[in-house]
Design a binder for this molecule. Structure first.
Ligand SMILES: [Zn+2]
Length: 660
């Protein structure tokens, strides 16, 4: 039990932005902080931290609370554990009375599993340093690999004895049941006898930590040369550990990744440990498993720049190629470093001083696509079949880059490396992009069981007027309505339907600018008016790239006079609402009413979207008339079906809004 006076001391000392900042990269925005929510998957930040009130709040999923609530939710701590964590961070001495049996009982199952793994980590490390077998086998292995005692402690490395139940017995003495040990993955049950035994016996252990530094499981390496046994044994998936969601070493690397704006990615745990010892702190490992999209998203929270350091052997290169395609698809910049034959990052780092090694990484790092092109060119030499495959392969990789401008730069560079006609490559790239789109369309069609038939294009497009009587706003007016909302009310909160973590729509408080910008970006809608487009771009860059709201001053005092004048006109001169609202005799002042305002926000957005969608539908219909190629027209038809469904959905919503 923690005394109540200690609890108040802890709560007084805790600074929410500091506590949350340990786990979530935050950026200052006005007097608050903003970041990507750790409780739901999002691309644009709706997670707010308010230092003045000492609370956090996510406007996407609704999570919120104080420092203690954050730690309990994020780290799965119990209330006393969260307080202890804070006490340690703020150097507050606490006097505790022994926990009662009931308190122990009350720990949730997750907590028990964390505790077992943490107990195992300490137990294995104790064996490594203090047990005869641990020292002669485990410690000597790490010493042969040149790891210092400091490094071993920092990474929590250990040794599990060559015995069937040495660890299980120790854990039982701590009060853990056989069932819990199996659930935590540290023990395995023999189906025949029903008894349990140590999963990691006769192996050195690498604990796997979550971002906050709690032990989720282990990766354990065998030391004998017994070929019948797996080199590495990992903890199985459990309610606390999902291997596709974890990167080895991220808890130690994350701050440095942010600082250097770069993440080194290695394959093996030992590579990460060795690089860290050699002064390269911004390094994480995939632990030898295939890279997942979730892992890429973890990295993306901290940086957009990745340098892949895989082995120079052919399996390593193949793995690199695969990993990098995934990165490119996610819009990350990828570089790679080639190690000399027969070396891996671990062995190479061991032979160099920290400075030599760091210099090597900088000098040798090269853009991945360029590297791949050079590599394949060498491999193909004069073999025409290999050459054709190589072109296909490179074009495929370039096609994965989301940015058009970058794609064309790569195309130029690759054509010059390969001494190949740029126009031919460009044609191949177009075909590949087309193929990618077709594959995607096929996948999605398969998912949604949509039957695409030519007859659907004969359905007439209702005009805006048919959907809502009396609305004859031009495209310009619609765009202006959205920009006005952003400039005049961007920092106000509105209650709107937002998707929550489980994917269902709920009404939530959300910042107007966040709501509008995310929605328009998600739909890929473009502004036609040049000045509106510029203003929207500033909002988008600020919110999506820098994760903060733009300052009004950036618009009012913009060096671009068109932006400056339009902002002034909208903010000062132009007091009217949308024409329809004028028709309805709704005064500007009524927007002070939250309910009226919420309606105004959603109506403005929906009208804007409907206008854009109808224009796209007209475009597609025009294109369909021209196209003869059945493959190409099937893509367009699929697009057509999708967008008309969307149009019907939006006009239905708009009708609902207008009727209320
Ligand atoms: Zn959230």
């Amino acid at each position: 039990m923690i005394k109540s006076e200690d609890i108040s001391k802890i709560l007084d000392a805790a600074r929410i932005e500091d506590v949350v900042g340990v786990f979530v990269p935050l950026k200052k925005r006005g007097s608050n902080y903003i970041g990507l929510c750790p409780f739901h998957d999002e691309k644009t930040p709706s997670f707010n931290v308010n230092p003045a009130r000492g609370i956090f709040k996510c406007f996407g999923c609704g999570e919120g609370g104080d420092s203690v609530a954050f730690l309990m939710k994020h780290q799965h701590y119990t209330y006393p554990e969260a307080l202890r964590w804070l006490a340690e961070r703020y150097h507050i001495h606490i006097e505790e009375t022994e926990a009662t049996a009931e308190e122990k009982q009350a720990q949730s199952e997750k907590d028990r599993l964390f505790h077992i793994n943490e107990f195992a980590q300490k137990y294995f490390q104790d064996l490594l340093f203090n047990d005869e077998e641990g020292k002669s086998i485990g410690l000597s292995y790490f010493e042969e690999r040149c790891l210092s005692k400091d490094t071993i402690r920092r990474w929590g490395l250990g040794y599990c004895k060559d015995s069937w139940d040495d660890f299980c017995n120790a854990a039982r003495k701590e009060g853990y049941t056989d069932e819990e040990l199996v659930k935590a993955g540290v023990a395995i049950r023999n189906e025949n006898t029903g008894s349990i035994y140590d999963r990691f016996r006769a192996r050195v252990t690498f604990p796997i930590f979550n971002i906050g530094g709690r032990v989720l499981g282990f990766s354990a390496r065998i030391l004998s040369s017994d070929k019948s046994k797996a080199k590495y044994v990992n903890s199985p998936e459990s309610i606390i550990y999902s291997k596709s969601n974890v990167l080895f070493g991220l808890h130690l690397a994350k701050d440095k990744i942010i600082k250097e704006d770069l993440c080194y990615l290695v394959e093996g745990n030992m590579d990460a440990v060795m690089l860290n010892q050699n002064g390269v702190f911004n390094v994480v490992a995939t632990s030898g498993t295939a890279l997942t999209t979730q892992q890429i998203n973890l990295i993306k929270r901290y940086t957009r720049n990745v340098t892949v350091l895989y082995d120079g052997d052919s399996a390593g290169i193949k793995a690199t190629f695969k990993a990098v395609n995934l990165f490119l698809e996610q819009g990350l910049n990828v570089r790679t470093v080639l190690f000399p034959d027969g070396e891996d990052p671990d062995s190479f780092a061991r032979k160099r001083t920290s400075d030599e090694f760091k210099a090597f990484l900088v000098e040798q790092s090269q853009n991945f696509i360029i590297y791949k092109t050079n590599f394949l060119k060498q491999q193909a030499a004069d073999d025409p079949v290999k050459k054709a495959q190589m072109l296909q392969d490179i074009v495929h990789t370039i096609s994965l880059v989301p940015d058009l401008l970058e794609r064309s730069t790569y195309l130029q560079q690759c054509s010059s490396i390969l001494e190949f006609d740029e126009a031919t490559l460009s044609n191949a790239l177009k075909k590949q992009l087309h193929q990618n789109a077709l594959n995607k369309a096929k996948q999605e069609t398969a998912k949604s069981d949509i039957v695409v038939e030519k007859s659907i294009i004969d359905v007439p497009i209702p005009t805006q007027k048919q959907i809502i009587q009396g609305d004859n706003n031009s495209d310009y007016e619609q765009e202006k309505g959205v920009i006005k909302l952003l400039l005049a009310h961007g920092e106000r909160y509105t209650r709107q339907e937002v998707y929550d973590e489980s994917g269902s729509l709920t009404r939530q408080e959300v910042l107007v600018s966040l709501f509008i910008v995310c929605d328009i970006v998600n739909d890929g809608i473009k502004f036609n008016d040049k000045v509106f487009a510029k203003i929207f771009k500033l909002f988008k860059e600020s919110i999506c790239d820098r994760e903060e709201l733009p300052y009004m001053n950036d618009f009012i005092a913009n060096e671009d006079t068109e932006i400056k004048n339009l902002t002034a006109e909208i903010l000062v001169g132009d007091r009217e609402l949308s024409p329809l609202w004028i028709e309805k005799n709704i005064p500007v002042a009524s927007l002070e009413d939250d309910e009226v305002f919420d309606k105004y926000v959603i109506e403005t957005l929906l009208r804007f979207k409907l206008q854009k969608i109808n224009a796209t539908i007209r475009d597609i219909k025009e294109q369909l008339k021209e196209i003869k190629d059945p493959q190409e027209s099937s893509i367009l038809l699929y697009e057509y079906k999708k967008i008309t469904d969307r149009r019907n959905f939006i006009s239905k919503k708009l009708n609902q809004v207008c009727m209320n």
